[in-house]
Design a protein around this ligand. Structure first.
Ligand SMILES: Cc1ncc(C[n+]2csc(CCOP(=O)(O)OP(=O)(O)O)c2C)c(N)n1
Length: 803
């Protein structure tokens, strides 16, 4: 059964009534408003002074370095004024996402015209002095970015890195039934992988409990220096493409402003009426089957209303308008007059009064208060953020009577906790994932929620439903990341569960989000949002069905390069630690938390109380495993990660059995950033604390979950230079779990050999033990190659040293 319906349209009826209501007078005013926004946009890009062009324009009035993007800007200004009309007419709760966010002047100009900009930045007042400052600050040292940056009111999306607008828009409307997000998609942006896949978001939208997204494809034909694909296929092919993606496209095409205003007014009004009627139908009849949601294709010239020809080459309507159409600088002083003529074509004197204020009849076109897109509270999500209702994580604890006495599957334990988090927070918490929730052993959460899906369903499907808290049914890491970011940025909570190796697909999206958090932290009017929580399960050491392709712990290396204020990395060694860590992450604000946890049965080390203490400290000496109490250690055996901790403790047990006089200190790290100096990261240990745990000079054998140099990188300032890190060395294939560890030399035998090689004076006892272990490694190799499984002594190993 296909769940997709097209309801009877009110189109024809609408056209008649709309024509009556959209009077030529109103369209004229809208055109004037558009001219005002265009004037302010050109002014931002070029002018340093003489904002209202009261004097003849001189080179000294122009910024010494002119940077910015004009090409997309007039189209976006055009869209904005039309959305304003709709908001007023239909009393909409709407905001604007600018996919081609490099058109920053557009959103800044429009939020300035509607007044939301000056409310946030009173210094940029709505008068001539404010206009001058508005112009000067743009893309200027100490000023604002040329993009739709965090500093731009009304924005949840910078758009610097293209591709994420539509996923962000959908993330914003999940669980926001009254919200409509107008999402401007660049036709170049539409060629990116993330955007191309995001058209399918409509199969995940519940028309009853979610809001709506109105995509507006900004088909201005060009990218930086190429045409766009969607502009160079014929009309029918384009229409079929969008219909095939499940949309109803409305086309607005041309370059004559008068005609285009009317067409855009009709198209946007039809689209809103469609949205309203679909929602009304669904909500009255409880029919949540998927409608063919409307979208708009706006085919207009790139750099519309800009200079037609520059230096003998066509500019308006070509890629040449992408950035600054006219070069105006000391090498091109003759172009000042071209710029002046261009700016004067907008007739600013008709639009702004003698004080530089937008005339009242135009100002009246903008919505008021929070209805203004620059003031919509959803765009400053922290304003709407409510704390999660949290169950007591301790109640999900595994009973661990003594270290290593029981085995547990960490993510399975966590799933029970998440189940209750979902139950307690039915409309502001979601779990995202690329079809891996079951595979990451989080299946328990399906006991309390289905996966949201509004496409076809068949009898054999599992857990699919038009409503659900879990969005894991599209195999797209980009979508998960984009949806979750949009959800968080509009004031809700969530987690992203992924295979560790494939989270790298969104390395760059993570970077952009981390940058957003860093910058918003410095803006007092932006409120903190919930943290972005990654649960990286099915990690590098646990690849039974898969092999080398699924082994890449490098996301951690990438993450720690971001601003320390923003990123946190946790590697809990067992299930109770995972519970404690995750409780902390879900309560935290404005961070990116990366949690790496396994799903296979492994020994459990700490009871709940010990785990809570250990995770609160983030690093600690495990006294029950150490034998250096009352003396100096001979060696520090440290680990960070679950599998590496198992191997480390197995190594310690060999050392303590065969070299009982050796003083071994066992250290476990949960919070990786503890390794960094406190001057570099807020979680970093002070030098005194670090030295007290690791000593200043004893050998440290550090078994790390990820690539070894990461630990060296973050601890390079520490006094103790005897740090020897083992970790993933890019060795792997389909093999047994223990053999994978052996191949990368993080196994117990290599660790013990390391100790013997480094700690002096172990004499012939050490030499004999080393020989035994080398023999063991060969025995292991023969065994796995013959039997296809690990040796019984590995599988059955247990920690059996009494503390
Ligand atoms: C992912 C990504 N790749 C490349 C760029 C560099 N870039 C900036 S603007 C642009 C062209 C964008 O074209 P379009 O989305 O159609 O926007 P418009 O033409 O309206 O400016 C490119 C390639 C980028 N910002 N992001």
């Amino acid at each position: 059964m296909l769940r997709c319906k097209t309801y009877k349209k009110m189109e024809e009826l609408l056209l008649d009534t709309a024509l009556e209501q959209i009077s030529p007078e109103l369209l004229n005013k809208m055109d004037a408003y558009w001219r005002a926004a265009n004037y302010l946009s050109v002014g931002q890009i070029y002018l340093y002074d003489n904002a209202m062009l009261r004097e003849k324009l001189l080179l000294s009035h122009v910024k010494p370095i002119v940077v910015g993007h004009w090409g997309t800007t007039p189209g976006q200004n055009f869209i904005y004024v039309h959305l304003n009309r709709l908001i007023k007419k239909f009393d909409l709760n709407m905001f604007y996402i600018s996919g081609p966010g490099h058109g920053g002047p557009a959103l800044v100009a429009n939020t300035y015209l509607e007044g939301s900009y000056s409310e946030v930045y009173p210094n940029i007042s709505q008068d001539e002095e404010g206009m001058k400052k508005l112009f000067t600050q743009f893309s200027f040292p100490g000023g604002i970015s040329s993009h739709v940056a965090p500093s731009t009111p009304g924005s949840i999306h910078e758009g610097g890195e293209l591709g994420y607008s539509l996923s962000h828009a959908f993330g914003a409307v999940f669980d926001n039934p009254d919200l409509i997000v107008a999402c401007i998609v660049g036709d170049g942006e539409a060629e990116t992988g993330p955007l191309a896949t995001a058209w399918h978001s409509n199969k995940f939208l519940n028309p009853i409990t979610d809001g709506a997204v109105l995509p507006i494809l900004h088909l201005n034909g060009y990218k930086i220096s190429n045409p766009t694909l969607l502009a160079r296929i014929d009309h029918e092919e384009l229409e079929q493409f969008f219909k095939g993606c499940g949309w109803t496209p409305y086309f607005v095409e041309g370059d004559d402003p008068e005609k285009m205003h009317l067409e855009m007014a009709l198209a946007t009004e039809t689209a809103i009426t469609d949205i309203r009627s679909f929602q009304e139908h669904a909500r009255i009849t409880s029919d949540n089957s998927r409608p063919r949601w409307p979208m708009i294709v706006l085919r207009s010239p790139k750099g519309w209303t800009g200079p037609k020809v520059v230096d003998g080459l066509q500019n308006e309507g070509t890629f040449r308008s992408h950035q600054v159409p006219i070069l105006v600088d000391e090498k091109h002083p003759q172009n000042v007059v071209l710029l002046e003529n261009w700016m004067k074509s907008y007739r600013a004197e008709e639009l702004f009064d003698e004080k530089g204020r937008l005339i009242p009849e135009l100002a009246d076109l903008a919505p008021k208060g929070n209805s203004r897109m620059g003031s919509n509270p959803h765009t400053n999500g922290g304003l709407l953020l409510e704390d999660l209702r949290m169950p007591d994580f301790r109640k999900f604890a595994l009973d661990v009577p003594s270290p290593g006495s029981v085995q547990g599957q960490d993510t399975m334990v966590l799933a029970k906790f998440l189940t209750e988090v979902i139950s307690l927070n039915k409309n502001n918490f979601r779990v995202f994932g690329p079809d891996e929730t079951l595979s990451n052993l989080l299946g328990a959460i399906f006991q309390v929620s289905n996966r949201q899906w509004d496409a076809g369903m068949q009898d054999n499907d599992e857990f699919l439903s038009p409503s659900g808290r879990i969005l894991d049914a599209q195999l797209s890491e980009h979508q998960c990341e984009g949806w979750l970011e949009g959800y968080l940025l509009t004031g809700r909570h969530g987690i992203f569960n992924s295979y560790e190796a494939f989270i790298r697909i969104v390395d760059s999206m993570f970077s952009q989000h981390a940058k957003w958090l860093k910058v918003t932290r410095e803006l007092p009017w932006r409120r903190n949002i919930a943290s972005l929580n990654y649960l990286l399960a099915s990690h590098v050491w646990q690849q039974d069905h898969n092999g080398f392709t699924h082994q890449d712990p490098g996301f951690l290396d990438h993450v720690i390069s971001k601003k320390a204020d923003v990123v946190r990395v946790y590697l809990p060694p067992d299930a109770n630690c995972l519970l404690s860590v995750f409780d902390h992450c879900l309560r935290s604000k404005h961070y990116v938390n990366v949690v790496v946890a396994g799903k296979h049965a492994l020994p459990q080390w700490l009871n709940m109380q010990e785990a809570e203490t250990h995770c609160t400290e983030g690093i600690g000496i495990w006294q029950w495993a150490s034998n250096d109490q009352g003396s100096e250690p001979d060696v520090i055996m440290a680990s960070c990660g679950d599998t590496v901790t198992l191997e480390l403790l197995a190594a310690v047990s060999i050392l303590r059995e065969h070299l009982p006089e050796l003083k071994v200190r066992v250290v476990n790290v949960v919070d990786l950033m503890k390794m960094q100096s406190s001057s570099e990261h807020p979680h970093g240990l002070s030098e005194v604390d670090y030295d007290s745990i690791f000593t200043k000079d004893k050998h440290i054998i550090f078994n790390f979950h990820g690539y070894p140099w990461l630990v060296h990188r973050i601890s390079y300032r520490r006094a103790n230079r005897n740090l020897h890190v083992r970790g993933y060395k890019e060795e792997g294939t389909i093999t047994t779990p223990f053999d994978l560890r052996v191949q990368n030399e993080i196994d117990r035998f290599h660790l013990v050999i390391d100790v013997i090689d480094r700690v002096p004076n172990l004499g012939s006892k050490g030499a004999y033990l080393k020989q035994q272990l080398k023999d063991k490694l060969i025995e292991h190799k023969h065994y796995v190659n013959r039997y296809g499984k690990d040796m019984p002594e590995i599988l059955e190993w247990k920690w059996n040293i009494k503390s």
